[in-house]
Design a binder for this molecule. Sequence first.
Ligand code: F6P
Length: 520
Amino acid sequence: MSATMNEAWTKIETEAARLRSARLLDLFANDPTRAETMTSDAPHLIADFSKQRLDGAALGAFAALARAADFDGWRAKLFGGDVVNTTEGRAAKHWALRVTDPPGGDNEITAALDRMHAFAHEIAESGDYDAVIHLGIGGSDLGPRMALDALKGYRRPNITVRFAANVDGADVADAIEGLDPKRTLLIVVSKTFTTQETLANAEFVRAWGPARIAAATAAPGKAIAWGVAENDVFPFWDWVGGRYSLWSSVSLVCEIALAHGVFFRMLEGAEEMDLHFRDTPFEKNLPALSAAVQMWNREALGHGSYALIPYAERLRLLPAWAQQLEMESNGKGVTRDGAPLPRSSCAITWGAAGTNAQHSFFQLLHQGVEEIPVEFIVNAGAQEGPPSHRAKVYANALAQAQALMAGKSAAQAKAEMLAKGMSEADATRLAPHRAFTGNRASTLMALDALTPEALGALLAFYEHRVFVEAVLAGINPFDQWGVELGKEMANALLPALEGGNPPPDLDPSTAAWVRRLRAP
Ligand code: F6P
């Protein structure tokens, strides 16, 4: 961490000391323009940060951190195709997959997209297929699964899609249930084509006898060696990270199951966000501002997790996708140079769709001892379903943000109970249980409508926010060495669980569990 970055952090900490105990309602009282000035927009998306415990001066301190961390330089490297993933010696060019009109015309990316498109058309229009089974895990699963769910209104009729990711056999058993193998396409999706879970599931489904097998992978030779016909292998590239890969052939299933042109519209929306992110200064750049808010809550105010709550049923899988994107990218312990980090680089992402979440864990958000900042997302153009529901979903989202901020004092709770005729003794006893501290931070974001373009823009927004947080923390967000150790150990334990000898020097706890769970 450079001296100028340390200086910038000192300034952020000074701002935090000023604002840590500030009442959000006082910030509004002191600045009547706050609701407007703390709201920013980008293509298809606006974000209102006014209910966050920070102001222009605090955001200015993050702009100084961005200068110290050479945010402009790293952003130029990202979009210049330079090696930004330094531990793997790779560029991170997921944005290049959504350059919809490349200068100089066709290139390998558009050629791959055209091939994918032609294949999808053939499968969807031939009348030979009723179903597609998509097998992949992590970035080879979460993105297309979420996008298809989000864009249900844009689906082609008559194609059933099943996903299986888990190596618990129940998942793949469910995936084939009730399908006719002779009318099913299997797509095996794995960047490396070495992932244990995906290959185990793929072998099982291959033995079931699907009519055709395709693959999406950055290791086409391995897919062909496994038995996929060369023409049915859809490659992508090393410079597409797994969790950034839904813009590639990983989404072949989306091309097949969504109506003509819908996947391309997603790419267009993402490209709009790319251009906003690439060309807008930090102070007006939505992913950058949002990254600053995330870091402020986490590092300056000490809130180690945040809840991501889409008030949109169609975005119910967004938290799962964002969990991998954020925590697999930024859950790191060392800087780019391998030095221990002086502060954390990643919050815990969790969440679920509202209003369901209100009836589950919102109790903790409102009355738990720790404050957990919330990121609400609404679909401002909601049209699906009964029109009478539209106002209700917005009322709930706005009310939750309002309740988190305003709270309710014990005196107010007591007065309300007395007004309803409760005895003084009971009202006094219950008041602390029915009080809300309030003063809890949230961001409210809105998509203009849940169109393919807006979904693309939203997902690109999160990708870029992750990148900004990584630059400000001084880490590489594009590797994931932390997932390797467990994989190695699982491979070492597998023979013993299949009935062979346990590896030598097993710790007593793991050894006892191997004895308990091994095949008889
Ligand atoms: O377990 C981590 C990981 O490597 C993710 O980064 C990736 O998205 C997932 O596994 C699947 O990998 P693959 O696409 O190579 O099967």
